[in-house]
Design a protein around this ligand. Structure first.
Ligand SMILES: [Zn+2]
Length: 396
């Protein structure tokens, strides 16, 4: 029970990131340097075309840097598992003097837009800095680590390690080699059934499974430590969002909490981000509402933790604020549980929550959608307060 409870609590703190990897004109990089004038399109086309042919591929790689030569070899294997296109983003970045010394005067760092997907999934978009050199009139790929370090941006897991792709019916798990994707694929398939039960169309869903915290940070493009307590994050990469599991927290979950986590994140993927005017308690509370529906024992653990929290800190008298749901808030677990409880109260057990969520996705304000369901912010606040008081009274 303790282990499961800890698992459940640690998954709270979902922390979707508003940032995307779509090219941003404000990011560092200049539009033209003398060495960057030539087009890198032929090299990009050749890389996409020649991954099946080791000899042809090797001719496109500048092996001056041992580390990149090894990376290029596993990238060839990774490319085989995805459909991808690469196009120049039209910007270059300065190369450090030390790297220029190593790679020679022709080396230039180009921004490249990569649209990629596992088969059957919607394309994700990343912008990756390609170091390119030229010898005997021929361009070669020489690195991926020379971009501006001030704004690293998210990178796909497959750029950092060999990966294995496991696919089911609309579900794909991309795992660092050595991390078992099977339990996640199973949980993702089950999550789809939970979504259908709430009239949500599951559609294609991709999960990225990093092998260590550094990979988790790199895939999200976040600084070290900012999401250390977060079990998973649903992050938009261009027009599609992926679920990214934090191996330090989410990676060690037992079966039930893992299921709750994945269903919660899958709700975010298929509903997309709600308008910025919608408070977080509604989107996060609803995702947990769907995720916990078929897990009465996990739900009971939530109630107990929430009752303890309210007993210690006093029963909440307002709806949960966005600030209370930020990843670094010390009581984030209890605040997520209070958000979930709020949605359970407004649902009344008759499907109201699903209808309100659908109305908000359809463009209605939350206030109007709640009004249709017979709720005002004030009446909901009072009803939640009553329910919290009941939990404090009834749960020892
Ligand atoms: Zn969430």
């Amino acid at each position: 029970m303790i282990v499961m409870l800890l698992g459940v609590l640690s998954l709270l703190g979902c922390a979707g990131e508003p940032a995307t990897s779509v090219p941003d004109p404000e990011r560092p990089g200049s539009t033209a340097t003398p060495l960057g004038a030539e087009s890198i399109e032929p090299l990009l086309a050749a890389l996409v075309a020649d991954w099946t042919d080791p000899t042809a591929w090797a001719a496109h790689i500048d092996s001056t840097d041992d580390g990149f030569a090894r990376r290029a070899e596993f990238l060839r294997g990774n490319f085989a598992q995805f459909e991808l296109t690469m196009t120049p983003a039209g910007r270059t970045a300065p190369l450090s003097p030390a790297r220029q010394e190593v790679l020679g005067p022709t080396a230039v760092v180009h921004a490249v837009r990569i649209d990629w997907a596992a088969p059957g999934q919607a394309p994700a978009t990343h912008e990756i800095w390609f170091t390119v050199t030229r010898a005997e009139g021929r361009l070669r790929w020489a690195g991926t680590s020379d971009g501006p370090s001030s704004a690293p941006g998210p990178v796909p897991l497959w750029l950092r390690h060999p990966v294995d792709v496991e696919a089911g019916n609309g579900s794909t798990v991309i795992a660092t080699r050595g991390v078992d994707p099977a339990p996640w694929l199973t949980a993702l398939e089950t999550a789809r059934q939970h979504l259908v039960a709430h009239d949500l169309d599951p559609g294609p869903i991709t999960v990225q499974l990093p092998g260590d915290p550094a990979d988790f940070n790199a895939v999200l493009g976040i600084r070290e430590g900012s999401h250390h307590a977060v079990a998973a994050s649903t992050m938009p990469f261009g027009a599609t969002a992926h679920i990214v599991i934090n191996p330090r927290v989410g990676g060690s979950l037992a079966e039930k909490p893992r299921q709750v986590l994945l269903t919660h994140e899958a709700v975010h993927v298929v509903t997309g981000p709600l308008p910025a005017s919608v408070p977080l308690w509604f989107s996060e509370g609803y995702a947990d509402f769907v995720a916990l529906a078929d897990h009465p024992d996990v739900l009971a653990a939530h109630e107990k933790h929430l009752a303890d929290d309210q007993r210690r800190h006093g029963v909440g008298t307002t709806l949960v604020s966005d600030r209370e749901l930020s990843p670094d808030h010390p009581r984030i677990d209890a605040h997520y549980q209070r958000a979930w409880l709020t949605v359970r109260v407004l649902d009344r057990g008759d499907g109201t929550a699903d209808r309100v969520h659908a109305a908000v996705r359809g463009g209605k304000s939350l206030e109007d959608a709640l009004a249709v369901a017979g709720w005002s912010e004030q009446s909901l606040t009072v009803a939640v307060q009553d329910e919290l008081a009941r939990l404090v009274d009834e749960i020892p």
